[in-house]
Write a protein that binds this ligand. Structure first.
Ligand code: ADP
Length: 437
């Protein structure tokens, strides 16, 4: 059956015919998140390591999707289409796709869940969430609040699992005929595995995969604004977000001033330490593998002629702590400009012309976010239209919010989350033709 769990009506469940009720329970879930913001943030810092202030920010962001989709639940409109035959009338209905399997990463242990689940529940679907093995606690805490919000048992389900179990659990979720939809956020490599699994039963899929965000600073830019944007876009969550800048492209006329001010800002404003310490802006990386990747990218770049302006090595605190790093004299031959680093490394490539910068930016096989700084309106339009990405920040380094569509092009994924488009990922379109009238 396409809808193994009653998706409309019955059993006094969340999926009641009363949209108002679905909406109200999502809204209550949102309110409970905000009422418990401090505790939820502490869970994130404990399991992920990010600074408490960032964790509090994540909870506000995370909860905003429940609030947004509580509202969107009431705007699932169909259509009446003028028919070409006199004796026909044509309707379009929107129906929930059914059970959605939701597989999420560790970098936003709460928000990556609500961004999907808010939309799914608003549409009338039920969900099975498999959180990342490093961060299962936020997913379970959300479950407790879902219960308190009156979301019926069986609607929001969580299946935490160990690293050894991940592949097997993932395979069940992505191949079982009872599951109609897969929504995944994570690496492109894992996304491709899940797409292959999904093919067997032709499931609907949404994929939010890796990025390789360019951050272009043109000669016309306001350099102080660019430095502030660079700091936020690169070092948030210690560089561990899919929309974090991965490569800086800086035009030759502004290059030296930008590098000098950026290095100063890094040294003055970034503090590595325990996420629970109020001064900390940079927590540890998620695990040893993540640290090794940053080290590998730095070693490769330096061996090919890059210069370390600041940072460059493991932090004296040990474990998974790493120094925020800035490299110059970087070329497109270096690993750090070819693949996602997912860590606190800022490589700077110097360029001469706009066309050159756009060509370097678009050479990637992924296209999630892209940023650029310019004060020239014609250039702003040209570059915004030419960048092969799903999201563009013009003179802004942080651009995601509930009302805006999040997603990428190329190998960065399929579909959009948040915004008025996000709910479509969980809805089927059904055309109904009334004949013989
Ligand atoms: P990362 O390398 O950053 O951990 P992944 O894409 O591997 O990114 O992880 C994102 C999510 O995908 C996590 O929940 C992880 O458990 C899950 N995952 C990883 N491999 C598989 C797999 N083979 N099947 C299903 N889920 C998987």
């Amino acid at each position: 059956p396409r809808f193994p769990v009653p998706a409309c009506g019955g059993h006094g469940s969340l999926v009641s015919p009363l949209l108002q009720e679905r909406s109200a329970r999502l809204r209550r879930w949102y309110e409970l998140m905000m009422e418990n913001k401090e505790e939820l943030a502490r869970i994130i810092t404990a399991e992920n390591g990010k600074p408490l202030k960032e964790a509090q920010g994540e909870i506000t962001y995370s909860a905003s999707f429940l609030e947004w989709f509580a509202e969107e639940a009431r705007r699932i409109y169909g259509d009446v289409i003028p028919a070409s035959a006199k004796d026909r009338r044509v309707l379009v209905l929107k129906q929930p796709v059914g059970v959605a399997a939701i597989i999420t990463p560790w970098n936003f242990p709460s928000a990556m869940i609500t961004r999907k689940v808010g939309a799914a529940l608003a549409a009338g679907c039920t969900v099975v969430v498999k959180p990342a093995e490093d961060t299962p606690l936020s997913a379970l805490a959300l479950g407790e609040l879902a219960n308190q919000a009156g979301i019926p048992a069986g609607v929001y389900n969580v299946v935490p699992c160990s690293r050894q179990q991940t592949a097997a659990v993932g395979e069940v979720l992505c191949t079982d005929p009872l599951v109609s939809k897969i929504s995944f956020t994570g690496s492109t490599a894992t996304g491709k595995i899940l797409l292959k699994h999904a093919a067997g039963t032709v499931k609907r899929v949404s994929m939010e995969l890796g990025g390789h965000a360019p951050f272009i600073v043109f000669d016309s830019a306001n350099v102080d604004q660019a430095v502030a944007g660079a700091l936020a876009s690169k070092y948030r969550n210690s560089g561990q977000t899919c929309v974090c800048t991965n490569r800086f492209l800086v035009q030759k006329g502004i290059h030296d001033e930008f590098v000098e001010k950026f290095a100063k800002a890094i040294d003055k404003e970034l503090h590595v330490g325990n996420g629970f310490d109020a001064k900390t802006t940079q927590g540890p990386l998620i695990n040893e593998k993540a640290v090794e990747k940053v080290e590998k990218h730095i070693k490769d770049a330096v061996s090919q002629g890059a210069s370390v302006v600041t940072g460059g090595k493991r932090h004296s605190l040990g474990k998974n702590f790493f120094e925020p790093t800035l490299l110059t004299n970087v070329t497109t031959k270096m690993l750090c400009t070819q693949e996602e680093t997912f860590g606190p490394l800022a490589p700077v490539i110097r360029f001469e012309t706009e066309a050159e910068a756009v060509a370097i930016a678009n050479a990637a096989n992924v296209g999630l976010a892209g940023y650029f700084y310019s004060q020239d309106p014609a250039q702003i339009w040209r570059v915004a239209e030419q960048l092969e990405v799903g999201m563009v920040g013009v003179n802004e380094g942080i651009i995601s919010s509930a009302e805006c569509p999040f997603g990428g092009v190329k190998e960065s994924g399929l579909g959009r989350e948040g915004s008025k488009y996000g709910i479509d990922e969980y809805l089927e379109i059904k055309y109904v033709c009334f004949g013989g009238l």
